[in-house]
Structure formats: structure tokens, C-alpha cells
Design a protein around this ligand. Sequence first.
Ligand SMILES: *Cc1c(COP(=O)(O)O)cnc(C)c1O
Length: 367
Amino acid sequence: MATPVTAAPFDFAKVPHRAPMAPAARAEILANPGFGTTFSDHMVSVLYDEAQGWHGAEVRPYGAIALDPAAAVLHYAQEIFEGLKAYRLADGGIALFRPEANAARFNASAERLAMPTIPEGLFVKAVEELVKADKDWFPTVEGGSLYLRPFMFASEAFLGVRPSKQYRFLVIASPAGNYFKSGAPAVSLWVSDYSRAAPGGTGAAKCGGNYAASLVPTAEAFSRGHDQVLFLDAVERQWIEELGGMNLFFVFADGSLVTPPLGGTILPGITRESLIKLAREEGLTVREERYSLAQWQADANSGALTETFACGTAAVVTPVGKVTSERESFTIGSGGPGQLTQKLRQRLVSIQRGEAADSHGWVHRIA
Ligand SMILES: *Cc1c(COP(=O)(O)O)cnc(C)c1O
């Protein structure tokens, strides 16, 4: 969709919260933030309509928004989102990790969902403005971060089936603890008979609809005692695609890695791409190629495969210990976190936190 030019630089009106959370209550949250349950004092809101393009950018108090009951998103799920983190650096500064990559992916998702793209500079500035407004919302726990959720939805009140003519772009922030406590057990995966994405579908877009479709398979995984759901390709039902919200890597005894190739049915993870680069810099061979469930089981049993890990912004890198489907069950390596998994995770986290040199220009400093 053509996007009218919005005047740059983007000026954000600032409407400070009149009654921000009391410091003592905030401190209590920041000492034990969990994930996605509490939100900072402010949010960013930017409006779009066909006549004005992007306009009305503001940082304002976090709170409920009014929505017409006929708003298109409530009926046809025209909605996309992103997830990224702001980190406190070793020197006390604040940085985002590759926010331009989130902006680019957001626009790719927008195009797939027939939504307007947003200037990358506006996307990044929106995130920066919120982090600056709520810089007192960084968790005080080791490994904590401020999780940022930019999203856009169709707000036009109209029940006809066509792309909306009005949208809202919001960014909210939530303090997040450390998912991966060192020594945490590896996760157990349930291989679902449901499909997440089909060729020609929306699998490569970060849209709420994909998640809605993954809730039943995820609930099934939980009820069977597993931690995460794994999806196979929808056509041949043998190639490994990804988890509900994380990409996968396979590590072999010869030190090489395999990760399923992008191609429309897999979400192009920024963590995935970053790890491919870091692993190659370590001198490791990384192949982006199809890998079947049957081969995975055979390789795990023979010892040719030593580790498997999932990756994504929220948990960074999560070791996989066990895999179960209706037909088979097998253990990866010793069933615990593997050595290369932990090494790659450490490499990435140390760059994100400003503890290691950032030779790729990935660390986007705000303060
Ligand atoms: C967001 C997401 C990922 C991980 O992407 P990152 O950019 O690494 O956070 C993987 N799979 C799905 C389905 C996702 O929505």
C-alpha cells in the first residue's frame, strides 16, 4: 500500500502521567518482574488514515483505549506486532538491539496484512521515546530488560471485507525478568499434528492471527506435560519448521549447525539471523536447509546430533531436551543444556548488554 509522506523529524507530543506508579510499588515489581504482566507508566500512540498518513504521535499515560465495536481488527484480525528489548548496558547506558531489523520486519508484516507501512525512523523513534519516558522501569534483577511491544491494528468502523482505511500504532513496555536462569532444565517439545502456517499463508508475518491458531496446539502440549509446541510443515508433514514463537537450531557432533530455511512459512527471527552470523564467525558451518523429524530422531539416537536449541527475543536461547509426538519420543544429548547452546547464548547476550565488542553495529544506544 502507498504510504503518504509524514513530515520528519517526527515530533512526539508528551503527555506525562499525572499519577505514575509509586516508587515503592514499582521497585517491588522490578525486583521480580516475571513476563508480560505489568506495564510501565506510558505508551506511544500514532494514528494513520489515508488522508493524513501517520500523524498525532504522542507519548501519553498507559491506559485503556476506546475502540468502536465495529473496528475491523475485532472482526477480521488485521493486526501485526513486534517484540524487542531495551537493555541496561554494563556502563549504565541504555540500548536497543537491532531495532531497525524489527522496523523492517514490521513493514514486511504490514504488507502481507494489507496495512500501511510505517517509516522505519518513526518506528524506531517511537520505541526510543517510550524507553526514555520510562527509563525508571528497568528490572533490577540480573538478566532483566524492558520488553517493548510495538503493534498496529485496523481501527476503522466498517464490517465490509477490505483493508481498513484507519490504523493505530501503539508501543507498550513491560519489565521482564531473565527467562534463562543458568542451569535451567532444557525444555520438552510436543510435535503437533496441527499446522501453524501453509505455503502462501501468513507464516512469515508477525500477526496475532498466527498466535490465535497456535493456542489449541499449545494447550495440548501443556496438558500432555510439555513446555512448547513444535510445528511441522503443512504439506508433507515431515519437515521441522519452528515453535509457536521461536526458531530452531540443530547442532551436530562435527560442530556444524542446521536451521530450517526461511521461505514463507517460518517467521524470520532476528535472533536466528544474529546467531547464524555469530556461529559462522566462530568458524562453524551453518546450513539453512530442511531437516525432517525422522532424521532428527535418528541423529539424536545415533549421537550424530548432540544439541538442539530454540531462539527468540523473549528467551534468547532455550535448550531443547526432549521431543515427543503421537508416534515417537526421544532425548537430545544428555537431555540438558548443551555446550554450544550455552556458548552461543553467552556470545549474543554479552553483545546485547555491551559487555563484548559490537562489530556488527547491532547495539543501538539511546542513553
Ligand atoms: C517473534 C517470533 C520468533 C522470534 O523472532 P525474534 O526476532 O528472534 O524475536 C520466532 N517465531 C515466531 C512465530 C515469532 O513470532
